[in-house]
Design a protein around this ligand. Structure first.
Ligand code: NDP
Length: 400
């Protein structure tokens, strides 16, 4: 079918690359380009001989628009799949505009010097993408991503009107370290140490970090503590789900993780304000990232399951209705299949599927779009086919 250019070669990219190689009818060719080319070369070497996908590699600094344009002009991909960091979203979108190439990512833009994530920066590209006749698909991971597709599916097939959505992200996995993050530590810690917020009656309600705690008994995992966080899909779902009254996002954390995080915060290690150290400016959070375990090294040690999904409440044929859609994913099974733990797997698989939706033209609408704006059915079928089967519960326990 076509060619994908994947930018970034970390934990999530590694899974997406494995999955594209399993799907070589769609991804006939692939270029893997990242800051550290040796990681791309190592993955190419591992995969060649196991796939029909033709793989090339390249070095690129994705902060540099001219370098990106030159790479895209050389490789001529049909779709660029951005699996670098959220800081690079805008430069990569600029390069896609300049070369009229479709764009897919998994996380919304964040400026490197401010821990603030929202869609406004990327939504500002809408008209330019429309005029260029190309599609930008934002947030094709699990959350955002699959949770957004679940919402579109529930609206299409189960409800006349959805009034409440609770997104529950549970990682019941254990990697045996007292403290480590399951994806990029810098991005992860910025996310969980930020203030919480949820959408209610047309506006944001802000909370202190980890202020709202609930317990939930997750299918396949068991009882866990979970905490309300701000999360980016709330912003787009609030606009795209008519009749919505409240959207909340909860993530589970163990006590050891929270105690370590508090301590690191208290001593200033999670700060993104630069400090001088031995005559050199450093950012404490980036230094912390350097001493923490690399998330891609957690695969062989992580046991247990993730359970991520959405509980919907609304109306069907004039009656109140509840509906829970979720996926359970096993860390050890993921490691056996692609050499990564389930957090990278649950993000990398939907990233491949999003790129496939755009490449095959099933999701093709010039402009800048969030996942729930497209027909959810082909994506839901692809989840079942490519390793993230979903389950339904029509009588779930609700979160108070
Ligand atoms: P990693 O840190 O493991 O990988 C990031 C990759 O990007 C690395 O290969 C890194 O290169 C590369 N990179 C960083 N800066 C540049 C640059 N300037 N130019 C070129 N390459 C660069 O991160 P993850 O794989 O854990 O996360 C990837 C993305 O997935 C993030 O945006 C994250 O927010 C998102 N994510 C989304 C989720 C969802 O459900 N929607 C869940 C989890 C993550 P190098 O190897 O040199 O460091």
């Amino acid at each position: 079918m076509g060619k994908v250019l994947i930018i970034g070669c970390g934990g999530v990219a590694s899974v997406a690359i494995h999955k594209c190689c399993q799907n070589s009818e769609v991804f006939e060719e692939m270029c893997i380009a990242s800051r550290t080319k040796s990681k791309c070369d190592a993955l190419k070497e591992k995969l060649e001989g196991t796939t029909k996908t033709k793989i090339t590699t390249a070095q690129v600094d994705a902060n540099n628009v001219d370098e990106l344009i030159a790479l895209i002009n050389k490789e001529k991909p049909d779709v660029v799949l951005n699996l670098a960091l959220p800081y690079q979203d805008l430069t990569i979108m600029d390069a896609c505009l300049a070369t009229k190439t479709h764009y897919v990512d998994t996380a919304n833009y964040e400026p490197e010097d401010t821990a603030k994530f929202e869609y406004s920066w990327q939504w500002a590209y809408r008209e330019r993408f429309e005029q260029a006749g190309i599609t930008a698909l934002l947030g094709s991971g699990f959350d955002p991503g699959v949770t957004s597709v679940f919402s579109a599916y529930a609206l299409k097939h189960e409800f006349d009107e959805i009034n409440y959505i609770d997104i529950l992200d549970c990682n019941g996995g254990d990697h045996g370290y007292p403290f480590a993050t399951n994806f990029n530590p810098e991005i992860n810690i910025r996310e969980v140490s930020a203030k919480g917020s949820y959408w209610e009656d047309g506006h944001w309600v802000e909370t202190e970090p980890m202020e709202i705690k609930r317990e939930y008994n997750f299918d396949g995992v068991g009882q866990k503590d979970m905490y309300l966080l701000h999360h980016e899909e709330i912003e787009s779902l609030a606009l795209n789900i008519p009749g919505i009254k409240r959207i909340r996002f909860f993530m589970t954390f163990g006590q050891s993780y929270l105690t370590h995080l508090k301590c690191l915060e208290n001593v200033g290690m999670t700060s993104i304000e630069p400090i001088m150290y031995e005559g050199k400016e450093i950012i404490p959070l980036q230094f912390l990232k350097a001493v923490l375990p690399d998330p891609s090294s957690l695969g062989p040690r992580t046991k247990g399951k993730t359970n991520i999904g959405c509980i919907f409440r609304g109306k069907k044929d004039g009656k109140d209705k509840t509906y829970y859609l979720y996926n359970i994913c096993d860390h050890e099974e993921c490691y056996k299949e692609v050499g990564s733990q389930a957090v990278a797997y649950t993000t990398g698989v939907p990233a491949m599927i999003g790129a496939m939706m755009v490449m095959t033209g099933k999701w093709n609408k010039p402009g800048v779009h969030n996942m729930e704006e497209f027909d959810p059915d082909p994506f839901m079928d692809a989840l079942n086919k490519w390793g993230l089967p979903w389950k339904e519960n029509r009588d779930p326990v609700l979160v108070d």
